[in-house]
Design a protein around this ligand. Structure first.
Ligand code: ADP
Length: 292
């Protein structure tokens, strides 16, 4: 069982020939909406891979909130602890043009997720095998979730994205930190230092993703190990990190080496297909990939 404490967004994507200038109105070529938010993405990734997943989050009393909850339910995620805030459901307004993008994120209801919401979901922590959080909801809420996980003796995974310098207390309460290379430097404030040296002297456990190179992780003996990436034809790398995190939580009970191997495989599979959630594999797709 995986408990995800995190964001729920609707991604609104427009494609245009050129970006609009200040004060300009232009016709776009296409519009689509996709479920997103790192929390919801990681919850879906874990659920597709067979985990029982409970989401703790906050949406607005609006159509996007209803759609996101319905999507999560459809993926088999328990939404009992998704609360309804006063603000609008979080959105990302994404404009794509000629291979570039311009993005405005409005966190909205995500920023209303409070420590009290975490306390209300105490039963979920009690039942959890792993608690997984990111940084698209308030830091105070993430820290509280880490404390509650700690109180229940449950592993707390923190994907420090989008990256901020992490307070010492949160780092100490984190069982496994899962940054990419850039997030590592910001989370630990080690800009300019060699990331391999930073990993070597990490006090806690780490699983650092590194794109097609795979990932680096701390073994049970405290050593640093490289899990090479799987060679695939990359089509769209959005959601690779979210897939990796969801998979790592879903497979943690298999031991760190096997969980890492499977998370790497899930991340690789996710980049072979378009979209964040669109690329996330099911358990049978993953197993087929691993036996081929
Ligand atoms: P993020 O999207 O957060 O920057 P990464 O790009 O490091 O995360 O990707 C997360 C994981 O997804 C990697 O550790 C790896 O397992 C897998 N992955 C990402 N890109 C590729 C790729 N091009 N080929 C194979 N695996 C990939």
């Amino acid at each position: 069982r995986v408990v995800v404490v995190g964001s729920i967004n609707m991604d609104l994507v427009t494609e245009t020939d050129t970006f609009p200038r200040l004060g300009e109105t232009l016709f776009g070529k296409r519009f689509a909406q996709y479920p997103g938010g790192k929390g919801a993405n990681q919850a879906v990734a874990a659920a597709r891979l067979g985990a029982e997943v409970t989401m703790i989050g906050c949406v607005g009393a609006d159509a996007f909130g209803d759609a996101m909850k319905a999507m999560l339910v459809n993926e088999g995620v328990d939404t009992r602890w998704v609360s309804t805030g006063r603000e609008a459901t979080g959105i990302a307004a994404i404009t794509l043009s000629a291979g570039d993008n311009a993005i405005v994120v409005v966190p909205g209801a995500n920023h209303e997720l409070s420590p009290a919401d975490v306390d209300r979901a105490e039963q979920a922590f009690h039942d959890a095998d792993v608690v997984l959080a990111q940084l698209e909801v308030p830091l105070a809420t993430v820290r509280h979730a880490a404390r509650v996980a700690h109180a229940y003796g449950k592993p707390f995974f923190l994907n420090p994205a989008p990256a901020v310098a992490l307070p010492d207390e949160l780092l100490e309460l984190t069982t496994l930190l899962t940054p990419n290379e850039h997030e590592l430097a910001t989370a630990l404030q080690t800009h300019g230092a060699d990331w391999k040296a930073v990993l070597q002297r990490m006090p806690g456990r780490i699983a650092m993703t590194h794109g097609k190179d795979g990932a680096y992780y701390t073994t049970d003996d405290g050593d640093l190990q490289h899990q090479p990436g799987f060679a695939v034809q990359a089509v769209d790398t959005t959601g690779a990190g979210d897939t990796f995190n969801g998979a790592l939580a879903a497979f943690w009970h298999l031991g760190v080496a096997e969980a890492m191997r499977r998370a790497n495989a899930a991340g690789a599979l996710s980049v072979t297909r378009a979209g964040a959630q669109g690329g996330m594999p099911t358990l049978s797709e993953l197993e087929r990939f691993l036996t081929n």
